[in-house]
Design a protein around this ligand. Structure first.
Ligand code: SF4
Ligand code: SF4
Length: 383
């Protein structure tokens, strides 16, 4: 495992962080974490050198923090930098004092006396102005820090780089968590800018929400580096090639994923050569040619009031359009809701009534209703 400094916090962090939003579950049910397995893989990650564990209040419908807290018993808590997030984006976070209400609840759920990195979750232009500035959340966070409940304040972010710059320039934060990967390097300039100002930079979605994890079709095989079966190796190393990045978070849901990622993060050559960086651009161009859907399967759009399983439909679309696994994608789509046969719950795109609820919550600003129509057309007729 390689390590880097987390900005000027004085914390040394493993370059690979354990993201706890995709822990193993029972029968596709996000709220039912397979606890024993989840604890086992989190501890395996820590025993193998991971020192950064990241969760959030809404992950796994509120269950992730509880399981992470259990995983960090038996001495594991002191071996990691623990990060979680204040759900400022939620509709029920509508009063300034909800900051303390959530923080106290989260400390209880995690069963810890302090959180190392407390991030204001998923900031955008509106929540920055209305919630963070409007509710004086910086002052409230500083008070919580003085009381010893949190060590460092950070934010995670989903909006355009100009808003990101404004938040960095507030000088209120020591850590930021943003998306940055081969398919979407839009935050690159701000990643460097934040690091120059001394912020620790954590990256979410280094594998583009799993979009780079499929087995590519033959015509993309020339881009697989070092004999790998998928682009995960290249995707993680692409992120670490940027010296401004402190840690890349990977949402790991199985022991196999933990093993694979640990191997990559421990590789002597854990950054890309110039030639490989050019290959990364070829991959980006090819993806753009094949699909205009940029869903990262984050599930923030869920639940849909009409039970449309949006992330699963878009994942099937990626398998169809990018990985050329057409039959598999159509089979998945046809079987949404067929839980007896172990397919995921919910309904297909025809249940969408275009209410727009999901689009308000999508950090990628995807025109979901329109993309669902397109996905249905492709996945049901193959055209
Ligand atoms: S627009 Fe469609 S998919 Fe989105 S929340 Fe409304 S019904 Fe569900
Ligand atoms: S549609 Fe948007 S909110 Fe929903 S899973 Fe995809 S990226 Fe996330």
């Amino acid at each position: 495992m390689h390590y880097r400094m987390l900005g000027n916090t004085g914390i040394k962090t493993s370059i690979l962080g354990f993201g706890c939003m995709r822990l193993p579950t029972v029968a596709w049910d996000k709220a039912r974490i397979a606890e024993k397995e989840a604890i086992k893989i989190i501890r395996k990650g820590i025993d193998s050198g991971i020192t950064y564990v990241d969760t959030a209040e809404p992950y796994h419908m509120g269950e992730s923090e509880i399981v992470v807290g259990k995983a960090l018993k038996n001495g594991y808590r002191d071996r990691v930098t623990l990060a979680t997030k204040s759900p400022v984006w939620k509709d029920d976070f509508n009063k300034p004092e909800h900051f303390e209400d959530y923080l106290n609840l989260q400390l209880k759920k995690l069963d810890v006396d302090h959180i190392d990195i407390y991030l204001l979750h998923s900031l955008d232009r509106t929540s920055w102005k209305e919630k963070v500035l409007g509710f004086d959340l910086i002052e409230r966070a500083e008070k919580a820090r003085d009381e010893g409940k949190i060590r460092y304040l950070g934010f995670s972010f989903h909006d355009s780089p100009d808003v990101l710059k404004e938040i960095i320039d507030s000088n209120a934060f020591r850590v930021m968590l943003v998306q940055y990967n081969i398919l979407n390097p839009a935050n690159e300039e701000m990643v460097s800018y934040a690091a120059e100002k001394g912020l620790g930079v954590a990256i979410m979605g280094p594998v583009a929400g799993g979009r780079l994890a499929g087995e590519p079709p033959v015509e993309m095989h020339q881009w697989l580096n070092r004999g790998r079966r998928n682009f995960v190796d290249m995707a993680l190393k692409y992120v670490w090639t940027n010296p401004s990045v402190s840690v890349a978070l990977s949402g790991m849901g199985s022991e196999q994923m933990v093993d694979d990622n640990l191997l990559i993060a421990s590789d002597d050559t854990y950054t890309l050569s110039e030639e490989e960086m050019e290959t990364a651009q070829d991959i980006r161009r090819k993806f753009k040619e094949l699909t205009d859907n940029i869903c990262t399967a984050c599930e923030y759009c869920m639940p849909c009031p009409n039970e449309v399983n949006i992330p699963f439909i878009f994942t099937a679309l990626t398998y169809y359009q990018v990985y050329n696994q057409k039959e598999r994608a159509r089979l998945y789509y046809k079987n949404i809701g067929n839980v007896e046969e172990y397919y995921p719950p919910g309904k297909d795109a025809t249940a969408c009534v275009e209410c727009g609820e999901c689009e308000k919550k999508c950090p990628q600003k995807i025109p979901i209703a329109e993309q669902l129509k397109k996905a249905h057309q492709i996945l049901s007729t193959g055209v």
